[in-house]
Design a protein around this ligand. Structure first.
Ligand SMILES: NC(=O)c1ccc[n+]([C@@H]2O[C@H](COP(=O)([O-])OP(=O)(O)OC[C@H]3O[C@@H](n4cnc5c(N)ncnc54)[C@H](OP(=O)(O)O)[C@@H]3O)[C@@H](O)[C@H]2O)c1
Length: 225
């Protein structure tokens, strides 16, 4: 299989990525920010865990330094919701910048730091976990200002990086996991965690340099920008 890196892997979708990739035979290098959570339940010699805060350059550098020398798959999953305001007069600029720092710049820091380990002869795939809430065409409900803007910025970073990366045999996909029953998605979400991750894994199998940078839902549907 190869070596996979998963960020935000202690709970929610990230922990399930680790579970399914280990089952499939991948060697997995997974990150947690503070608590190791579900990562403590995997008794598998192919799993290595390391602390990572995607907001901190020094943490990202340390994470990359300790990563395996060759990486074949990166799942940039770590992210936060905003959810702190109900209307536009309550937009908190300090928190908004933090959400953008974590959700848009965090994954870019990780790509940069791991880039040399992903640049090798065989194709490397990078899943950037975004959201349908990034879609400008689909923004009918408004609100969630910082979250939406952060994921839209993540999408643009990804599309802008794909050309240079293709020259180094690296393909991106921008993933929407669906509305999933996690701490972030809440109990009312219609999609179960295992179904979301198995769907996104299937999307990954069809990734090439030619379709790099597409915005794809967990069930394979292409999404509007
Ligand atoms: N659930 C949904 O319906 C849904 C829909 C669309 C997109 N997404 C996206 O899917 C991804 C995973 O979401 P989820 O539902 O699994 O959320 P979750 O259960 O809230 O988990 C979020 C993960 O991200 C980590 N994280 C947050 N800030 C971080 C930072 N600064 N550095 C490193 N790790 C950090 C968290 O670590 P801690 O435990 O330390 O906080 C946790 O492991 C996110 O990018 C989210 O935006 C989710």
């Amino acid at each position: 299989m190869g070596v996979a890196v998963v960020t935000g892997a202690n709970r929610g979708l990230g922990a399930e990525w680790v579970h399914q990739l280990l089952e499939e035979g991948w060697e997995v290098y997974a990150s947690y920010r503070t608590e190791i959570g579900r990562l403590s339940t995997f008794d598998n010699p192919n799993l290595t865990i390391h602390q990572l805060d995607v907001q901190s350059n020094s943490s990202v550098e340390m994470f990359a330094k300790n990563a395996p020398s060759q990486i074949d798959l990166l799942i940039n999953n770590a992210g936060v919701a905003d959810g702190r305001w109900r209307n536009l007069t309550e937009i908190d600029d300090v928190w908004a910048l933090e959400v953008i720092d974590i959700n848009a710049l965090g994954p870019v820091r990780v790509v940069k730091a791991l880039y040399e380990k992903m640049n090798h002869e065989s194709l490397t795939k990078i899943g950037m976990v975004s959201s349908l809430m990034a879609s400008i065409d689909d923004c009918h409900m408004g609100r969630s200002y910082a979250y939406r803007a952060s994921k839209t910025a993540l999408n643009m970073f990804t599309v802008a990086m794909k050309k240079e990366a293709a020259e180094d045999n690296i393909a991106f996909v921008i993933l929407h996991p669906g509305w999933v029953k996690t701490d972030m998605g809440g109990d009312r979400a219609p999609v179960e965690i295992p179904d979301s991750v198995s769907g996104m894994r299937k999307v990954l199998t069809s990734r090439t340099l030619e379709n790099s940078g597409q915005f794809v839902q967990f069930d394979g549907q292409l999404l509007p920008w």
